[in-house]
Every structure is written in C-alpha cells, then in structure tokens.
Design a protein around this ligand. Sequence first.
Ligand code: SF4
Length: 345
Amino acid sequence: MPMSFFPTTGMLRSQGAEQSSWHERAANGISSEFGRNVFIRGVVEISNFCRENCSYCGMRRDNRTLDRLRAELDVLAELLLQHRPAAITDINIQAGEDPVAVREVALPLVKLLRRETSLGVSVCLGTLSSGLYGQLRAAGADIYILKFEIANPTSYAAMQAPGAHAERLAHIRLLADTGWHVSSGFIAGLPGQNDSDLLENFHLAQRLPLDGCSVSPFIPGEETPLRGTCTGDIELTLNCMAALRLMRPDWVIPAVSALNLADATEGYRRGLRTGANLVTINLTPSALRDNYLIYKRDRFIMTEERILSAIEAEGLIPSVQGLVSFYSSRRARKLPRSVAEPAAA
Ligand code: SF4
C-alpha cells in the first residue's frame, strides 16, 4: 500500500487558502475503491459502566455523579430488528469498559443480529480478555474499534488513558492477528499536546495493522479533571483528518459526531469534506443516551435525517454495500486466488 504522504506540522496547522487546498486534495485523494460512497452505520451504546478512569472522559470510574446503566437486550432487539433506519448497513455496539455488559448484552445482541439480519457488526468495548474477543468473533462481530487515543506513552499515562500504553497497542495487534478488521483513533487538541505529540499519532497509526482510523476533537467534559480547559481546535482536527486521508487513501475514516461539538454550525459536514467516508446514526435508547457521557450532557445526536442531508449536501452517496461486506470483499481480493476461492470439489 503506498504511503508516500506524511504530514508536516505546517500542514496540520495550516489555515485559509492553504488549508482549503489540503482539504480539497484529501477529498480527492480518497481511494477509487470508495468513490463518492459513504458508509452509514448505527450505534447503540449498551453500558456506561467503566472500570477505566480516562481524564478526558465523563464515564470515568471516578465520576460518582453519573447514573450507571446497562441497556436491556429486549429493548435493543426490538429497536434494531423492528425500527432501525433503512439506510443503515452496519451496527456498532459500544460501551465503557464493562465485561459484564459484554457477556450479558453485547454477546447475545451480536448473535441475534447475525441470526436475524444481514447487518455487519462492529464492536467498541475496550480492552478485554482474548477469550471474550474470541467469543465476540465467533458470535459474528467482524470489526473491533480500539482507539490508541494518545501515541505518546508519557502523555498516555498522564491522562490515565485505558490500561497501559504498550498493552493497548498489543491488543490492537492481537485483534488484527486473530482476524478482526481493526479501526483505531486518536484525540486532537488535548491539553498539553504539542506538535511533536500530534505527529507521533500519525507515526503510530501508520505502524499499526489498521483498516481505519478516526480523529476526535478534545471536548472538555464537565465532570472530568479537564473541565475548564479549552475545546480542541476544530481546524486542527479537520487538518488531522485530511492528513490521515492523504496518508491512507484506503482507510475508512469516520466523521465523528464530536465535530459538531467543536463547531456547531458545520463541523460534521466539514469532516465529510476532508475525505471522511463513514457516518454514524445514534440509536441508543434515550435513558442510556442521556447518561452516556463521553463529553457533555448536551450531546449532538446524529439522526438519520441529519446524516442523510449532510451526505446529500456534500454531493456524496450513501453506500449500499456495508462496511463489513466491503472489508471482507477487499480481504478476499488481496488473498492468493487459491485461498480466496477454493477450487470446487
Ligand atoms: S474513554 Fe472509554 S475507557 Fe476511558 S473512561 Fe471513557 S468509556 Fe472508559
């Protein structure tokens, strides 16, 4: 895979006409495999319990003000089987790091989706045991989202990011080695993050066995130790997204909903203009959604209507092919013919 582009600090800090030119290059640099297609997935957040204590997240275990909840399987089943938006091709099941929710909610939900629908299934459930990864995979999940968050190990520890830095990276590699399609991500604009830290995120992303990567603007959560600090610069975040796209035309890069917290007027649409090709409709039942406090209580919820109108306004097209289906067909194309297409008996 060609990786001739690597961002400079100048590119990441660019503004005005220079910045527009980078974004245009990124939007045009997307792999021909994707064309104008944007993948649309739904997300259900199934638990806001978390055993971790990340300084940048309102769901951290030290936040005693939060009502902790796990979703009920029956409610999710009815929602996803009977009432999901038609545009969705994939479902992402997300939670704080809560192995109980993995066993009691995520696993049966993955099995149900596999049995009753043709939806692709991704999970974002934190660092788990290899046994639980295996059970999720056997149940029918194909994509694991495990963000490295911060490439610099010292900053990672200072921000109390999940577990240990080396362990996080080892889990990303383990997941890829055991057949998962892995997507990761990092935060732009964290307090104390300097240009060298930023570039380190790109070096690390480039070295990891990923199929996709996200950039999230730092949002200072009200119930975190970082409340009162500055929101990550939307321009920096968008420049990082454009840089990722130029570095890896073949990656799936999401436009995250937090873009609209950093720029309420059109952060999300500007994300699509930097070459993002995945959007997410939030389907979480309202009781849990209100307490799923990664950033703030006044979350910006991406509905089907908002997503479809943003895609249309940017001249893009909702992908008919799902994300898992896309990854699977791409993997099959890359395999030697004898492996991808066993000879008929
Ligand atoms: S970022 Fe994830 S692991 Fe860290 S506290 Fe929040 S939910 Fe838990």
